[in-house]
Write a protein that binds this ligand. Structure first.
Ligand SMILES: NC(=O)c1ccc[n+]([C@@H]2O[C@H](COP(=O)([O-])OP(=O)(O)OC[C@H]3O[C@@H](n4cnc5c(N)ncnc54)[C@H](OP(=O)(O)O)[C@@H]3O)[C@@H](O)[C@H]2O)c1
Length: 283
């Protein structure tokens, strides 16, 4: 029995070593998730693409902090499962943001579900690139631009129209999700869009602050979500050689930054795209 146990331990260690060899290295991380109490109590928040990854982590964090959170996406089954994870402050609506003609109607539905106007919009929905520079065709171009930029633009335009009609009851906020790709040269639509998101954030930040609307963005680096399938396949091993810190980011780390931007602690920050990339864009 002792020999069998020893052998199984050796095989386990070999399997682990093979996994690390395949990944190229092994990294774990200590990450703190401070508790802020109910700092978003009374806030109604919409997170587009909140059914998975970064959006879901943000939705969970915001709900834990007392907000009522509505997530959107195209896949109802995924949204239903996500809402279970979010808990009693979580709601969903099936909504393809690339279908911009739906924005007004869906915003009305959202207000009914949340029992009041949305206070904070997180423009997170996004599709990963499938083609690069020489291989990019019109289909890839339209696919990326329609969700990652057109959807964000028109939804924001629509919600701002509504907000401008309301009496002041605290700042309204927009948080856009850009990418580290928005800070380095772009040769394909996904990266080009992330530059656009930065520009839009800066422009709207400056233009809308006089209407008590604060717009900022987050530029994540490589985050452990289905967009980075390799990182999911590595399990608990966070190693990557794609940035100086040599690890992937957890979606929950992006959620911490989103919480800061959503809270009144960040009200003097206007039109910024805050980079959270493990040092990727540093020269
Ligand atoms: N992971 C990274 O390394 C990384 C790095 C930088 C930036 N980002 C950005 O972070 C955001 C979230 O990505 P993620 O990494 O969390 O990947 P993800 O898990 O794939 O999340 C993307 C979400 O967007 C939703 N979505 C896609 N198209 C949509 C549409 N037309 N309408 C509504 N919802 C739509 C998807 O749900 P359905 O399929 O159900 O619609 C999905 O839940 C994206 O904007 C991405 O570009 C990610």
């Amino acid at each position: 029995m002792g020999v069998v146990n020893k052998l199984s331990e050796i095989f386990k260690a070999l399997r682990l070593a093979k996994k690390f060899y395949k990944a190229g290295g092994c990294v774990t991380a200590n990450i703190a998730y401070p508790q802020y109490g109910n700092i978003l109590e009374g806030r109604r928040i919409c997170v587009t693409g909140g059914g998975s990854g970064i959006g879901l982590a943000i939705a969970k964090k915001f709900a834990q902090c007392g907000a009522r959170v509505l997530i959107t996406g195209r896949n109802e089954e995924k949204l239903r499962a996500a809402v279970k994870e979010i808990g009693s402050n979580g709601f969903y609506i099936v909504w393809d943001v690339s279908n911009v003609s739906l924005a007004e109607e869906k915003l009305c539905d959202a207000s009914k579900i949340l029992d009041g106007n949305i206070d904070i919009l997180v423009n997170n929905a996004g599709l990963a690139p499938s083609k690069f520079w020489g291989d990019v065709d019109e289909i890839e171009w339209d696919r990326i631009y329609s969700t990652n930029l057109k959807g964000m633009f028109f939804l924001t335009q629509q919600i701002v129209k509504k907000w401008k009609k309301l009496a002041f009851s605290g700042y309204k906020k927009v948080i856009n999700i850009s990418s580290q790709g928005g800070f380095v040269g772009a040769t394909y639509p996904y990266r080009m869009v992330k530059w656009d998101v930065r520009g839009l954030t800066e422009g709207l930040g400056k233009t809308l602050v006089k209407d008590n609307i604060i717009v900022n963005a987050i530029a994540p680096g490589v985050v452990k979500t289905s967009m980075q399938e390799f990182s999911l396949n590595q399990g608990d091993n966070l190693y990557t050689n794609q940035n100086p810190i040599q690890r992937v980011c957890l979606p929950e780390e992006i959620a911490e930054l989103a919480l800061f931007l959503a809270s009144d602690a960040s009200n003097f920050i206007i039109g910024q795209t805050i980079v959270c990339d493990g040092g990727y864009i540093l020269k």
